[in-house]
Design a protein around this ligand. Structure first.
Ligand code: PHE
Length: 352
């Protein structure tokens, strides 16, 4: 049984929070401090959320009342923060205007109230983490061009131009007959050209599909390709590497399952699903109530692909996988709309 929660107690907690906020905001002298205060009180893991956790234990009427109070507090606070920010900036500019001359060689006040430190985009951050994890397992990190030839993106990946699977990935073609790569799998071919087996490579990068954008589809997104070629590579190697990777990146053991999946460049091909980390597998909107999230298409490299890469298939075999970075970041932080990654809204970036 949880603690019995008293409505009056919640109200007074909210009121106290409101008072504290007022004082703190007025005390702040830098924009950064204000951001900290905002996050401490209103952030996802902030004090307001902590208070509202108890909401569920109240009767519905009370719930609405407290919810209303919380909303007002939130709006008031946002407004207070904004006006304090303005005060600080105004004062800063007034100081400049007041001084008789401007020393253009003077160093910026740090942290400047008008300049905020930049951040790495969450995709960049996760890409760097992924590279570190795979480097630790002996993988080499490769790059490839975003404008690719048909050969690298399709033909050498066992997808000749009359192949129906070309329609699986709607493609942006350039006028001179090249294309924006639809997947990082193109890097597999480049990896085979650069290396003699055995080798292990990953290839992170931006990919493009001619798609209508909605909450779960983007025309521009990020993947990391992986490929391992050696003697006697089997699905067991694939699963082992994938599980090791997932344990590292999510900092806990993650349950996985394999389903058959079709891609012309792997045989057998799979969809690797992970147990939904948002609901723990119970079912929620993110996993569409199934408890599982599709994360990682993969499989054993099709012999035709190995042959295109000049690899002797009587000696070597390999596995490959393609990891969607946007999905991974969304899983990790509970982000429910893929459009956040590209809309340029700095408030999004500043949370990571
Ligand atoms: N390239 C595939 C895609 O983007 C994913 C994939 C990679 C599947 C490697 C199998 C092996 O849909």
């Amino acid at each position: 049984m949880g603690k019995i929660v008293d409505k009056q107690e919640l109200i007074s907690q909210l009121q106290n929070m409101g008072k504290n906020l007022e004082v703190e905001i007025q005390k702040a002298e830098q924009e950064e401090e204000l951001e900290k205060i905002r996050i401490q009180f209103l952030g996802k893991k902030g004090e307001l959320t902590a208070i509202l956790k108890h909401l569920g234990k109240l009767p519905p009427d009370d719930r609405a009342e407290i919810g209303g109070l919380a909303n007002t507090l939130k709006e008031e606070t946002e407004a207070r923060v904004d006006s304090r920010k303005k005060e600080i900036a105004d004062r800063f500019f007034a100081t400049i205007a007041d001084s008789e001359w401007l020393d253009v060689t003077a160093p910026l006040r740090t942290p400047s109230p008008i300049l905020r430190k930049g951040r790495l985009h969450p995709i960049t951050q996760i890409q760097q983490e992924i590279e570190a994890i795979f480097r630790g397992m002996g993988f080499q990190v490769l790059d490839g061009p975003e404008v690719e030839t048909e050969y690298y993106n399709f033909t050498a990946l066992n997808t000749p131009d009359d192949h129906p699977a070309r329609d699986m990935q709607d493609t942006f073609w350039t006028e001179d007959g090249n294309l924006l790569r639809t997947h990082t799998s193109a890097i597999q071919i480049r990896g085979m050209e650069k290396n003699k087996p055995p080798f292990k490579v990953i290839g992170p990068g931006r990919v493009f599909r001619y798609e209508t954008v909605d909450a779960s589809h983007e025309n521009t997104f990020y993947q990391v390709e992986g490929m391992m070629v050696d003697k006697d590579i089997s699905v067991a190697n694939l699963i082992y590497i994938m599980k090791t990777f997932l344990r590292e990146i999510f900092a806990r053991d993650v349950k996985v399952r394999l389903r058959p999946g079709y891609f012309p460049f792997v045989e057998p091909g799979f969809e690797l699903d992970i147990n939904c980390l948002i609901c723990g597998g119970k079912g929620c909107p993110v996993c569409k109530q199934s408890g599982w999230v599709e994360l990682l298409p993969c499989g054993l490299v099709h012999p035709n692909v190995l042959r295109y890469g000049g690899i002797d298939t009587s000696i070597y075999s390999g596995f490959a996988f393609g990891l969607g970075l946007n999905r991974l970041v969304m899983m990790r932080y509970g982000i429910n709309d893929i459009r956040w990654f590209q809309n340029g809204d700095l408030r999004f970036i500043h949370q990571f």
